[in-house]
Write a protein that binds this ligand. Structure first.
Ligand code: MG
Length: 438
């Protein structure tokens, strides 16, 4: 033991609800310290991730000494000893902060002590505001007629959609660089989708979303986009809303920010409206889309923009009858769930293609349209053949561990990746195989 307590941090709470909070201790003598021991408790719930920072209370200002994943200890006052190894050694006095990186209710902290014995950690996240430095490592996406082209060649790519980004919904823990590495290296995915939840509605849907917790959701999106760029993957920045026209100003502001940051990275695809409900294409969706497209194009003249279509992005024929003409490199969203949507929807898609608009499946499921139920093998196969034959790219819904048919992961699968087959659901196993062989 190098030193005793910096002070008496008994029963402190870090990141009680959200990532992004910190508790700090001043004047901690870090000379000779190689790891930190402490007691932590975490109630039921999903994994959290925290960082130990020196001299700053967030990832931008602090020096990240090491991070650790926390899982439930069985109760909020059920304490367990944890050791976090430090990735670098400091000397002299420093402010030491415990900072919530991701997850909710990350942990309850009891006394910490400083140790001169080296230990392990779960890595060091990059600051999401640090841009990646390899623009142009993937082929540029353009459109021509009803085709999406990659480096000028017709083709298609496959990957996964993350779950809603909302704080406290459970899927947000997979918005990590480690998950992106897993998808790239072991699933051979070329595409990932960050599904940023936007707003509350009358059913209470949307708590913890962009409108409520803006900074936290943007940080998650940036983490995923940066990791996708670093892994030479394409990434969809998805405005995951059912009534986006009610939040047009917020959407313009957000996509201005994203296109200013990422417009030079060919990896980035903007999806400006996930699933409109039963509203008019020409009267509601198209005017919204044109306003957002104009804002994006001020910063980024060329990256692909995908526009949702009426009735949960099924009525691609409505968009085909009145396509957007104010910009090039526009595609239209087609969503399907193989348990519910069969040949009739493929026929609708064929009709849209024949009128000359390109389609992009930003979300699909092998199960029923409500996200639950079992895998429909035959219809999934029919859809995959259709997509392959027509050069349509796709992302499967969803990389998450919620107990429902569409989830690819079993409950509490690690936010670090490295999943065994036993940690994949029936849908997850099927989809991993589809992506690997795409
Ligand atoms: Mg660009």
């Amino acid at each position: 033991m190098v030193d005793g307590l910096a002070n008496d941090p008994t029963q402190e709470v870090v990141g009680y609800y959200d990532a992004g909070s910190a508790i700090c201790y001043d004047e901690v003598n870090m000379t000779g310290v190689r790891s930190i021991d402490f007691l932590m408790a975490k109630g039921m719930g999903d994994a959290g991730r925290f960082a130990i920072l020196a001299d700053g209370a967030d990832l931008s200002s602090g020096t990240n000494l090491g991070e650790k994943i926390t899982m439930s200890t069985g109760g909020w006052e059920t304490f367990t000893p944890v050791n976090v190894g430090l990735s670098m050694q400091l000397s002299g006095n420093h402010t030491l902060c415990f900072y919530g990186v991701s997850g909710g209710g990350i942990f309850n902290l009891d006394k910490f002590t400083l140790s001169d014995v080296p230990g392990q950690n779960d890595g060091v996240s990059k600051d999401p505001d640090d841009l990646p430095d390899n623009p142009g490592a993937v082929a540029k996406i353009t459109t021509q007629g009803n085709k999406v082209l990659f480096g000028g060649q017709a083709g298609s790519i496959a990957g996964m959609s993350l779950f809603w980004s909302n704080d406290g919904w459970g899927g947000e823990k997979y918005y990590t660089a480690d998950v992106l590495k897993e998808l790239k290296n072991n699933w051979k995915a070329k595409l990932v989708r960050a599904a940023m939840g936007i707003n509350s509605n009358d059913e209470g849907e949307g708590l913890g979303s962009y409108i409520q917790n803006r900074e936290s959701n943007v940080r998650k999106v940036k983490t995923v986009v940066n990791a996708a760029i670093e892994n030479d993957m394409y990434v969809i920045i998805d405005w995951h809303a059912h009534k986006a026209q009610d939040f047009q100003n917020e959407s313009i502001e957000f996509f201005r920010e994203m296109s200013a940051l990422y417009g030079n990275y060919d990896n980035v695809i903007y999806e400006i409206y996930n699933e409109p409900l039963a509203v008019s294409w020409s009267g509601v969706i198209k005017p919204y889309a044109e306003a957002v497209i104009r804002a994006i194009r001020e910063n980024d003249p060329d990256n692909l923009i995908i526009v949702g279509t009426p009735n949960w992005s099924q009525d691609v024929d409505a968009a085909a009858a009145d396509p957007i003409t104010i910009s090039s490199n526009i595609a239209y969203t087609l969503h399907f769930y193989a348990g519910t949507h069969h040949q009739w929807l493929r026929d609708k898609a064929s009709a849209a293609l024949s009128r000359g608009i390109p389609l992009f499946v930003t979300e699909w499921g092998a199960v029923d349209a409500d996200g639950d139920g079992g895998v429909n093998q035959a219809e999934t196969q029919a859809w995959m053949t259709f997509l392959k034959n027509n050069g349509i790219s796709h992302a499967n819904w969803a990389l998450n561990d919620k107990v429902e048919g569409a989830s690819a992961l079993v409950p509490d699968a690690s936010p670090n990746g490295g999943w065994s087959d036993a940690q994949l659901t029936p849908s997850g196993k099927l989809i991993k195989g589809i992506i690997q062989s795409w």
